[in-house]
Design a protein around this ligand. Structure first.
Ligand SMILES: [Fe+2]
Length: 401
């Protein structure tokens, strides 16, 4: 095969000196992490071949806000049912605490389910160990209590309506679930490196608003002893102010989260945080559900993860929250859903039927076609054709209504 020399790999590489590459220096600048570690060496993650250092001012070696020499008396968020206060806390500190967001019964159900699932996954050899402890992934398939939480259904999370409202304001309508997993901190584990969930690697900052908002369900008391999550209050603003690709100076110290069982922590996707060190002799779990703007790529590939049973029983709201409702800018299958508004329950853009066809082995994709294609090929029951027919049928029935 002969191609013009300008298109050969050697010439392409010779024509791509680093300084000439468009935008590459921005994507590869390593900020804000490079300056963060340079100006705050105490934030460097521990060497996991060695025992943890204490008494050296490292980021994991801290305490709860009300006992912290730097933070006490500065008005850090406290658990509250006052929504106005939550908004002020979220804006100023990057997190707020919903007092009794879970009722005692809801809290107990979630805690028991997590402990039992963790044990089951260890026995089945499918556990996911981390340096901190054990992850329990994809909670959607692991109990109705978790599905109710994803829907913010008060039957599973009594503060659901309040949380849903804060999500709507912060992420804009149509927001979807990013992932829902439980983070374990085991006795003897290492702290997680501090990070911001909405931009683990990229230099992009979104000073106007976060694109990810986390809810952490806390099914047991957490504090500086059992690995209360490490947070740098207000760091969401510091990262935002540094701007995309900007440098971060000296940061204020970390705290351990302190909260009673049943509290829901809501935190900004730009806030620096990480799993704390569990210094007790009992496993500690919290369950983190991240939600993102409707156009953000999700952490979990729900379309494959969701079990057939959960899919069959899912409410239109749960399907939407999984991202199984395509919209103009994302999630389409064979183009189906392009131009769809992404409304809950809309047949136009509904991806459920494609997944069901996959499960049943009946999915027929459109491949190479032409005027010469045989009648048999042209008349096949393409799954796409059925989806278009369903969408048209729904539109017609709406018009009749
Ligand atoms: Fe995180």
């Amino acid at each position: 095969m002969s191609i013009p020399p300008e298109f050969t790999i050697d010439v392409v590489q010779a024509n791509s000196p680093k300084e000439e590459q468009l935008y590459a220096s921005f994507w590869q600048c390593g900020e804000p992490w490079k300056s963060m570690y340079r100006n705050n060496p105490w934030l460097t993650p521990p060497d996991m071949r060695k025992p943890l250092e204490w008494g050296e001012g490292k980021y994991w070696d801290t305490t709860v806000g009300r006992k912290h020499a730097y933070w006490k008396g500065r008005g850090l968020p406290e658990p509250t049912k006052d929504m106005h206060q939550m908004r002020r806390d979220l804006e100023r500190w990057g997190f707020c605490l919903v007092e009794e967001g879970l009722s005692d019964a809801q809290c107990k159900r979630i805690h028991e389910r997590l402990l039992s699932q963790a044990e089951g996954e260890r026995r089945a050899g499918v556990q996911m160990p981390t340096p901190s402890g054990q992850y329990i992934n994809s909670l959607i398939n692991k109990g109705s209590c978790f599905r109710q939480c994803i829907e913010q259904n008060p039957a599973g999370i009594q503060a659901g309506a309040l949380i849903e409202q804060l999500m709507n304001e912060t992420l804009g309508s149509g927001w979807i679930c990013h992932s829902f997993l439980a983070n374990g901190a085991d006795p003897g584990g290492y702290p997680q490196a501090l990070h911001a969930d909405q931009a683990p690697l990229f230099p992009l900052q979104t000073p106007e608003a976060p694109v990810l908002l986390n809810t952490m369900l806390i099914p047991q008391d957490v504090d500086d002893q059992n690995g209360g999550t490490l947070l740098i209050p207000g760091s969401h603003k510091i990262l935002a102010e540094a701007g995309s690709g900007g440098e971060v100076g000296e940061l204020p110290p970390t705290i351990n989260l302190e909260a009673r069982a049943g509290t829901v922590l809501i935190f900004d996707g730009r806030l620096l945080h990480g799993t704390g060190v569990n210094r007790t002799d009992r496993q500690r779990f919290v369950a983190t559900m991240s939600n993102v703007t409707s156009w953000t790529r999700q952490q979990e590939n729900w379309i494959l993860t969701v079990s057939p049973e959960v899919l069959a029983a899912a409410s239109p709201k749960l399907l939407h929250r999984m991202g199984l409702q395509a919209v103009t800018y994302g999630g389409t299958i064979e183009g189906f859903g392009l131009g769809a508004p992404g409304r809950v329950g809309d047949a136009f853009g509904s991806l459920k039927e494609f997944r069901e066809a996959c499960d049943q082995g009946t999915y027929i994709r459109v491949g190479e076609l032409s005027a010469e294609s045989s009648a048999e090929v042209l008349e096949r029951d393409y799954t796409l054709k059925a989806a278009f027919a369903r969408a048209a049928g729904q539109r017609l029935s709406r018009q009749k209504d």
